[in-house]
Design a protein around this ligand. Structure first.
Ligand SMILES: NC(=O)c1ccc[n+]([C@@H]2O[C@H](COP(=O)([O-])OP(=O)(O)OC[C@H]3O[C@@H](n4cnc5c(N)ncnc54)[C@H](O)[C@@H]3O)[C@@H](O)[C@H]2O)c1
Ligand SMILES: O=C(O)C(=O)C[C@@H](O)[C@H](O)[C@H](O)COP(=O)(O)O
Ligand SMILES: [Zn+2]
Length: 360
């Protein structure tokens, strides 16, 4: 098992990465306030892993309630969030009960938001079961639900007390979902870790083949990058915005097509290509750099062009981005491969050309 720390003072928490961790109640117990938990999962993950987690906790004397949500991004909404509150109340969960999110990023984002709101805040633990959730969404405390007009528009910053990433859960993950997770892995290389980017270029097929050592390395390195950024800028006043590379375009794709049509990671990959193209047009990247990034995404089984929504529609959707300040779009671009930058000066005409060049 490898352990990292998210250094947030008296709210610091560990990220444990390893095999068989679902059975390790001993890792969970020190982070509970009382011996009472409510597990939030979904209709796909529950049948696979809920029993193991429940058995381990119950054997350690913990009283467990569980709620299973319908699967998918289309259910990351108010109605589904409310189902969590219905169960927490019906089961008489207390403010000291710990909510455990067992699943991918959708379950984690919704479980975390429910934990932030229920009785004004209950303890929260993340047990991520997708690659995307293990490398990104379970760390850092962004929680949210979607709105028909924009992704993650209603939410809160609310940190977990523990992240438990059991790599063995990735064995049952569909290939398309593994690829989606790789988009966020590649992101860390592009925005702040050129050495890791080089490693990814040399090892991508090992990740696609789910070689345990390669996966463990990629998850640890990704979490290390994310933990450093979050510790330095928890609520996205500055540097944390770099984690949004490709997301302003990508969220427009997800919202524009309807949630769940494209996976988040797929939209981020196509959106990153738009950001990369704009960076080239600004003179920061070369044609060779663009080809290098596209090749990496393609080897990961990810799209490198977005859908043809129409440039006006893209711009309209992008205007809802949370990084918009005083009506001005702030985009994450690349000064070089491995160095992200927040850029507020791109003109709508320049942005439009980059979108058009990367739609098909
Ligand atoms: N909070 C953050 O910082 C952050 C970061 C990145 C993404 N996100 C959010 O995360 C969401 C995407 O997360 P995701 O990619 O994990 O999608 P997801 O949660 O929808 O999970 C993907 C699919 O895999 C299934 N699944 C999960 N674990 C499995 C397993 N071990 N075996 C088999 N099937 C399994 C799920 O039921 C689902 O069908 C998006 O809503 C995105 O906005 C949040
Ligand atoms: O943790 C962050 O900060 C991120 O931006 C990580 C992203 O991968 C993630 O998709 C996040 O939910 C997007 O945040 P948002 O603020 O644009 O909704
Ligand atoms: Zn993301």
């Amino acid at each position: 098992m490898r352990t990292l720390n998210v250094a947030l003072g008296d709210r610091a928490y560990p990220i444990h990465i390893g095999r068989g961790l679902l059975d390790r109640a001993d890792l969970v117990l020190p982070h509970l306030k009382t011996r009472r938990v409510a597990i939030v999962t979904n209709d796909v993950v529950g049948p696979l892993y809920l029993h193991r987690l429940c058995s381990a906790l119950e054997a350690a004397g913990v009283q467990v309630s569980a709620v299973s949500l319908p699967d998918g991004e289309a259910h990351k909404d108010w109605a589904t969030l409310n189902r969590i509150f219905d169960v927490l109340l019906a089961e008489r969960c207390e403010r000291s009960t710990t909510l455990i999110a067992l699943g991918g990023g959708v379950v984690g984002d919704m479980g975390g938001f429910a934990a932030a709101c229920y009785q004004r805040g209950m303890p929260f633990i993340q047990i991520p079961t997708t690659l995307l959730a293990q490398v990104d969404s379970s760390v850092g405390g962004k929680t949210a639900i979607n709105h028909p007009l924009g992704k993650n528009m209603i939410g809160a910053f609310y940190q977990p007390r523990l992240v438990l990433a059991d790599i063995e859960t990735l064995n049952t993950l569909p290939g398309r979902e593994l690829s989606a997770g790789l988009a966020e892995v590649i992101k860390y290389g592009l925005i702040r870790d050129a050495e890791f980017l080089g490693w990814l270029e040399g090892n991508l097929e090992r990740l696609v083949a789910r070689e345990p050592d390669a996966l463990a390395h990629a998850i640890e390195r990704s979490c290390r990058n994310k933990a450093e950024v979050v510790a330095a800028d928890e609520t996205e006043r500055g540097e944390r915005a770099l984690l949004n590379l490709g997301h302003t375009f990508g969220h427009a794709i997800e919202t524009g097509l309807g949630y769940g049509e494209w996976l988040h990671g797929e939209a981020v990959a196509a959106g990153t290509m738009m950001a990369v193209e704009l960076s080239r047009r600004l003179g920061w990247l070369s044609e060779v750099d663009v080809a290098r990034v596209a090749a990496l995404f393609e080897r990961a089984g990810l799209p490198v062009y977005g859908p043809k929504l129409g440039v006006e529609r893209y711009l309209d959707l992008m205007a809802h981005d949370k990084k918009v300040e005083a009506g001005r779009l702030r985009l994450i671009l690349l000064r070089s491969l491995g160095q992200g930058v927040i850029h507020a000066d791109a003109s709508p005409a320049e942005i439009s050309k980059a979108i058009e060049a990367r739609c098909r």
